[in-house]
Design a protein around this ligand. Sequence first.
Ligand code: G6Q
Length: 543
Amino acid sequence: MPSYQEPWKKPFLSTPRFSDAKSTRTLESLCKQAPDLSKPGVITPERIVSMTSRGAGLSLLYGFQRVDQPILTALQALADEREVVGQMQALFSGKPVNFIEGFDSEQRAAIHPATRDIFEQEVVHDPAVRQLVEAEIQKLRSFFSENTFDTLLFIGIGGSELGPHAILEALKPYYLPSKKVHYLANVDPDEMSVALRGIDLTRTLVAVVSKSGTTLETATNEARARHAFEQIGLPSKAHFIAVTCPQTPMDDLTRYAAVFHLFDFIGGRFSTTSVVGGVLISFLCGSNTFIEFLSGANEMDRLALRMDIRENLPLLLALLAVWNRNFLKLPTTAIVPYSSALHRFTAHLQQCEMESNGKCVDRFGHLVPFSTGPIIWGEPGTNAQHSFFQLLHQGSDIVPVEFIGFKESQFKEDFLFKGTSSQDKLIANLFAQALALAIGHINENPNKNFAGNRPSTIILGKRLDAKTLGSLLALYEHKVAFQGFLWGINSFDQEGVQLGKLLAEQILKVIRARRSGQEDTTANPVGGRLLDILDDVTALRGL
Ligand code: G6Q
């Protein structure tokens, strides 16, 4: 029996493909008459209010997008036709949604909602998974309640660093007194030299984070960090903890004071709410803050299972992104938080979106005849207004923007200057930019004319605390998955990253052989031509 007859695979494989869906045809025709936001009377206060969805502590304002009621109805129809909520349900129930039908692929679950499903209303319904997750949280609680270190050196890369780093930058007001952190991701030796300068190793805990337990950059940085401890006579084991999957080379209590487990069913870039983020948050802010963070994410998880796109914020955000990408044909999206605390958040989302949806084959391994994941980029505002916003307002390409802002500041230490607080200025700028992009500004001088009709979405929260941050993170995690479900691609593997890891091993083999004066002619799994060229290149560099 072909595997696609497994009932849970039906929404993935038996629904009309994105390019064949009836609602795709409707949307193609509707986009010819998409509302022109610059026309007088289109952007009104009533529109902004009626085009706002709320949930899990966030409001999503989509009145500045080029949509109207018929378009929203067709987007809902697209979500229904592609059965994307059914696909999300399969993800929540732990089915191996990471697959390509008929080809060798990872065949893994991507059940990150389980990492925060520890509250009253369960969303995952798998007692075994719940037990695993709760046991790790308990381990974190007891380990960090006895922690006496004041500095954390966090070693990890990609999915094992970007999300947790972004989150901890955003939680600074909640740090326990005297706790400090340094991050080491790159294998650039200078990054390590900078990190090691000025830290007191006797008071430092090192968290080595790697899902696979084999990533070269992380292993290299760990080895050098251990060397630094041992050089001054400190037993490294007492200072090192590991975060990894069971049974990897790092799952080894003879080398670490503690090992925390994430699991095969949690993807690297979706692991921020697992012990990967848990170690950092527990060290810097305490376990209660970690639980609050999880509760926000869990609240958003519940919304991600709603059928109505006005209630399902992640699905709405995903559909608006697909509308911009596939119908208005816009190739990039800027994510601009009006909050310095979120200064690493766009970098994390860049990975989450581009690693997940930077794919060009569908679930059957066929090349897709449409565009998939856009390029994601951005920096915090208002700083960004003084750099790339010129292009957003008057450039030859239209770039949809996702603005993120908060009504209140984190520290609530504000100052009135010229009659307004800094937070007033921040949020007023956010709205002013969204409005100016939409309605433009007519001037007879073409150089000072702003055509407008440039779309954006505003995501608004009350205050950036741990709970809101969890909810914001989950909003984007599910946005990414929903886009993949709509396009019918597999958002959960990363063959492009694996190729990089393989190439690095190969080139290092060549360098190692050269250093020791022997040529290494062993088999090359990435194909002879690539290695031959790499070989020539390293020779040219005189390595
Ligand atoms: C994320 C990717 C990738 C991964 C890093 C680090 O989803 O798979 O960015 O997180 O390559 O991998 P390890 O955690 O295994 O060291």
